[in-house]
Structures are given as C-alpha cells and as structure tokens.
Design a protein around this ligand. Sequence first.
Ligand code: SDX
Length: 427
Amino acid sequence: MAEKTARLSVDGIDKDIELPIYSGTEGPDVIDVRPLTSEGLFTYDPGFVSTASCESKITYIDGGKGILLHRGYPIEQLADHADYMDVCYLLLNGELPNAEEKAKFVHTVTHHTMVHEQLSQFFRGFRRDAHPMAIMCGVVGALSAFYHDSLDINDPHHREVCAYRLIAKMPTLAAMCYKYSIGQPFMYPRNDMDYAENFLRMMFGTPCDDYKVSPTLAKAMDKIFILHADHEQNASTSTVRLAGSSGANPFACIAAGIAALWGPAHGGANEAVLHMLSEIGDVENIPEFIQKAKDPNDPFRLMGFGHRVYRNFDPRAKVMKKTCDEVLAELGIENDPQLAIAKELERIALEDPYFVERKLYPNVDFYSGIILKAIGIPTTMFTVIFALSRTIGWISHWSEFHSGPNKIGRPRQLYTGEQMRNHPDAE
Ligand code: SDX
C-alpha cells in the first residue's frame, strides 16, 4: 500500500503524474513508475543502476555501510556461527534450522548428491581442456532432461525437490569437471561426509586410496561457500529470475545464471584476480598497474576491486581476508607471494585518490582466489566454486519468484534506430 506519492510534472502533459512510493523494511523507498506507461512514457536506466526489479525478503545490502544480511542475519555472524547447510536452509525457508530440521535437511541433500550415471557421458563430448564453466553450463542445463518428475514450477513440492537436487548435485558436477580436465576417474559422493568434506574428497581423492580431507581445508571451503551464497539482485540472480519468469524449468534457469556469472565483471573476477596478481608478479610493479587501472583509455581494471552496490568495504572481503590469514597460517604457508602482492595492492589503492573518490574497495573476489589456491583448487575452477556456492541464492530467488503473483520480465527501450521506410522494391 503506498504511504507517499511522487508527483511528476512533464512538459506537454497538463497534469502532474502521480506515482505511488513504497517503503521496505530496510533500504531506500521505491517509486512505482508503472503509471507512466499510460502517459506514453518509459523510464530509462541502462544497467539498472537505480531500478528495483522486484520485491524480495531474502537478502539486503547496505552499500554505504558495508552491510550484508541474509534473512536479517549479518554475513559476519553467519560466517562465524553457521555452516553452509544452515545458510542454505535459511535462504530457502526464511529461518535458521533447529537441530531436527537441520538433520532432515542435510540427510535429504546428502541423499541427492549422486547424478544420473548417463550424465557422465556428457563430459566425454568436451575437450579435456574445455573451460569448466563451459561444461557446467552444459551439464546443469542437461539436468532438466533427467528429472521430468519434478518440473511443474507451480507445484511447491516440485520446487522443493528441484532445490534439493541442485544444491546436492552442484558439488558432484563441479568435481567431475575437474576430474575430467586432469584425466582422472570421477569420484562418487559419500553419504558419511558433510557437504564441504564430500566435495573436497570428490575433487582430490582417487579410487586408489582412502583420501582424508583436512578439517582445516573443509572448514575454509565451507566458509567460502557461505560467503558466496547470495547477494540480492546481482547480474546472475537477475538472469535466473528473468529466465524463470518465462516459466523455464529451474535447471535451465540455473544454467542461465552460470552463464551470466562467468563474465570477468561478475563471478569470473576471482579467476581474473589470480591472473592479475601473476601478471603483476612483484610488489614493485604495482604502481604501473595502478596507473593502468586509472587510465580511462586502458580497458584494464583492478580485478577484485569495486562494486555496483558497495561504496564501502564488501563485508565478505573482510571475512575472506581474515580467513586467508588463518588458512595460510594453519597450512604453514608463510609469505605467500601473491597474498603479499594483494595486501600491498589493497594498501596502495586505498590511499590513491582515484579509488578513494570512486569508493572502490576490495570485493568478495579479491582474496577468495588466494584461499582457493591454498586449498589446491586450480584457477580455472574458481568461478565454478562461485557457481556451486551461489546455486542456493539462485534457487531461493527462483522459488520466491514463483511463490507469489508474477509476470514475465520484458524491459522496454529507448529506440534510436531508423524510422519506418520502404524496401526499394516495395510498391
Ligand atoms: C561480483 O552485483 C553483485 O552483487 C556482484 C557480486 C555478487 O556477489 O553477486 O558481488 C559478485 O561480481 C563482484 C564484482 C567482481 N568484479 C570485479 O572485481 C571486476 C572489476 N570491477 C569492475 O569491473 C566494476 O567495479 C564493477 C563491474 C564491479 C562495477 O561496475 P559499475 O558499478 O558499473 O561501476 P563503473 O564501471 O561505472 O565504475 C565507476 C567508476 C568508473 O570510472 P569513471 O568512469 O567514473 O571515471 O569507477 C571506475 C570506472 O572506470 N572503476 C574502476 C574499477 N571499478 C570501477 N577502475 C579501476 N578498477 C576497477 N576495478
């Protein structure tokens, strides 16, 4: 219900256009611009910098204060006091699970971790050096060919089954991408392992030995999953919602989200950060790269820096930096050269007026790659890990979209092309 009203006076229209204003529980008020259409007007907002595309109850970001809440809980507290399964349950259902709810949720996820045996045939069609994100786009989309029993998007039970299947199978498929790339056999998930431990064993174990997962690495992996779980209406989540609005099945929608995440301006940044740190090579080369990043004529950007919403520290980057120090210390990795470059790069950038004026701070991708590398994850798999973690956010938003009244998403445009003209041969 609108509490306030905006009145827009437009040249050529003899009366003000009344636009309802709505308030949320947090964040800026929104102006409902739908009445503009009947006055023959559209809004114009390339990149949706100032546009709320939907109403949501899942995640809230205060970019000015560097706050990130999942169903009201600060990300820092979830990182310290919850595990990824807690966060999955919270994002999907709106509350943290009690002991009984958690046990049931984990049991169900665990018993959906295997993929249909025929899915492994899909990998055989890819080159061994295919980028794993290309494979993930393909095999996740292909899941819809295997689960005809739960594709009624209007059935809450079908939506729940799809959510379990996707949360459970993403680690298995991600590990299969890695195994395929190194020519090792696929590893089956184990029902006696927790989520992160199971994933790391499928990544680094072989049928030849009883691989033991380091509890330190499993804990770090679980924290990385938490920190990437959801983030409001980012590019890939908006893609999933838009694909979902046409009635497409959830597996196809998540495949669309994976494709959107792959870009280096979005989830592909974690892989790009490691390439950038390698290219910088030594702290003495940092000034040269800072100059490149500031040069408007140079497409080079400081990967892992800046954010559409955060105009302060990305709270996930702070937790990630703390985890980085903890994991490297526990692994006895002293003076990691790339961590040294990353920390010096951050220090210099945060003192440079160009970055300070534009409020460019490290984002979630700046330190994550250093931890993933310490865990043994190859750079090409970094964005796959991001996709694995973000699946719960994507499917929670997809479910939220289908849980209430909704419309197909269909933006309009400012057309500046040719006006109507006749074909040379037309009468
Ligand atoms: C993620 O949306 C989300 O929530 C995403 C995400 C999630 O969890 O889903 O948080 C995950 O995608 C994090 C972002 C990862 N991407 C990168 O690290 C790539 C590097 N960053 C930039 O590409 C950029 O900062 C974006 C894409 C993240 C944000 O771009 P915007 O909001 O469109 O900002 P902009 O490009 O308009 O930049 C504003 C100014 C520009 O300078 P001027 O034109 O004002 O002179 O800041 C400059 C930009 O040139 N700028 C940078 C910069 N980022 C912005 N200059 C150098 N290095 C950078 N990294």
